[in-house]
Every structure is written in C-alpha cells, then in structure tokens.
Design a protein. Structure first.
Length: 249
C-alpha cells in the first residue's frame, strides 16, 4: 500500500465490482452481493483517505484504541483485509517487529501479539486508524493519533504525541511508536520526538538515524510536508535547547 491507499482501494473496489458483475451475469446473484458490498466499502475508504478529505474518523476508532462493533461490522471487508495482509506481509518480510532507535525509544509495526511489543512495559503511541489496541496491552499508557496508511499525522497531532512521549520519558518509561509496519506514519512522529529529545538537530538527520536502525522505512512527501510544518510551528523545545537555557540562568 506504499504507493497510496486511495488509489489502491479504488482499484480494489473496481475489481470487486467486476466480480459482482461476472457472478450476476452467470446467475449467481445471491453470491454476488458480498462482492458488491466489498466494492462499496473499498470505494468509501478510498474517498475518505484522499489527502484533501483525510477522514480517518470514518472508522470510528476510539481514543482508548478500541474499534466499535458497528465499525467492525460495517467496514469488515476492509478491516479484515488490512489485518490479514499486515500479518502475512510481516511474516514474509521477516523484519523485526520493532527497533530501538535510542535508549528506551522504539518504533515498529502493529503489536498484534505480546512478543511484538518492546520490553519494559512501554507507553504506546498508536498512529493507526485501522488496527485495534489489543486487550493484552490495556495496562500500558496509551495515546492514539488515528491516521490512514500512507498518510501523515497532522502537525498538531505530532506536537501532542511528542509532548506526551517526552513526559513519559521524563518519568523513566520506554516509549513505543507504531503504525502498521513501522515504516511511515510512526517514523514521522519518531523523527519529531528525536528532535525534541535532542538526539537529532532536524527531522532529516532523525530520518537518517532511524534508517540506520530500521532500514526499510519509507516516508513519503506527505510525511515530510507534515514534519516541515511541525518544525516550523513547533511549541515543544528540544532537550538541548532547554538545557542550554537552564545553564544560562
């Protein structure tokens, strides 16, 4: 899905619609309706994920990471597809589920099992709108900034996530930022966090550092644009700047 969720799902909608037409034309009318429904769901998500629209709240993911029953049923063709696709892709790639970028700060993919979560009872920043928070992690501190796959969190969401993560690190808690695979959405937030922690001077340096630890990351133009806007208007000072100011007092 790296080349754009909207285009991918539009093609998926067209394919399911062709399946519906073919099955109906040979007399399998009843069996054709699930494909029509899957086509309509794919088309709806395709439209909602267009950058100019950008409506991740369509899936109804709650702030505690749960996805309500109505959404699970309504969008089941899409939600089932992305969960199965994610697990199979990660098994096929054999990429590590998470990578430690600096001490106590991790980035990775959706933790669908306990062994996919970093050690130390980390605070979790969830950058997905399509994956639920697993019940096994209900005791972990948690923040959700729902974002479509291949899209970027809003600069204001990045700022909120960075402030939250900095507080957790100040309390001595590890921080785990994840999206579907730990390649795009979560990396954008991680770049901002590394700047705020004073590990990197700018997000481009942060991206290079992350790539050394997690080679398959792929931020796109939307992620980079969001980081540029966040860096331009950021409110959270870097740790280096804070220490410098403190030494002058």
């Amino acid at each position: 899905m790296g080349w754009g969720i909207s285009r991918f799902l539009f093609l998926k909608a067209a394919f399911h619609f062709l399946e519906f037409i073919c099955l109906r034309s040979i007399g399998f009318t009843i069996f054709s309706f699930p494909f029509l429904y899957a086509s309509l769901v794919s088309l709806l998500v395709s439209l909602a994920s267009i950058p100019q629209i950008n409506l991740p709240m369509l899936l109804g993911k709650n702030s505690d990471g749960s996805i309500p029953i109505w959404s699970t049923i309504t969008f089941s063709p899409y939600l089932c597809f992305v969960r199965i696709f994610s697990i199979l892709r990660r098994l096929w790639s054999r990429e590590e589920p998470y990578s430690e970028i600096c001490e106590g700060v991790y980035v990775g993919g959706w933790p669908y099992a306990p062994d996919k979560l970093p050690p130390g009872n980390p605070a979790i920043i969830d950058c997905t709108c399509e994956f639920p928070r697993k019940s096994e992690f209900s005791r972990n501190a948690y923040m959700c900034i729902p974002t479509w796959d291949t899209r970027a969190p809003n600069p204001s969401d990045i700022e909120s996530a960075v402030k939250w993560a900095c507080r957790k690190r100040a309390q001595g808690a590890p921080v785990f930022i994840h999206c579907a695979y730990g390649h795009g959405r979560s990396v954008a937030v991680m770049c901002a966090l590394l700047m705020a922690l004073g590990v990197a001077d700018d997000w481009k340096s942060a991206e290079k550092l992350i790539k050394q630890k997690r080679p398959y990351i792929r931020m796109n133009s939307l992620h980079r644009k969001a980081l540029d806007e966040w860096a331009k208007h950021r409110l959270s000072p870097s740790k280096k700047n804070s220490e410098t100011r403190a030494s002058l007092l």
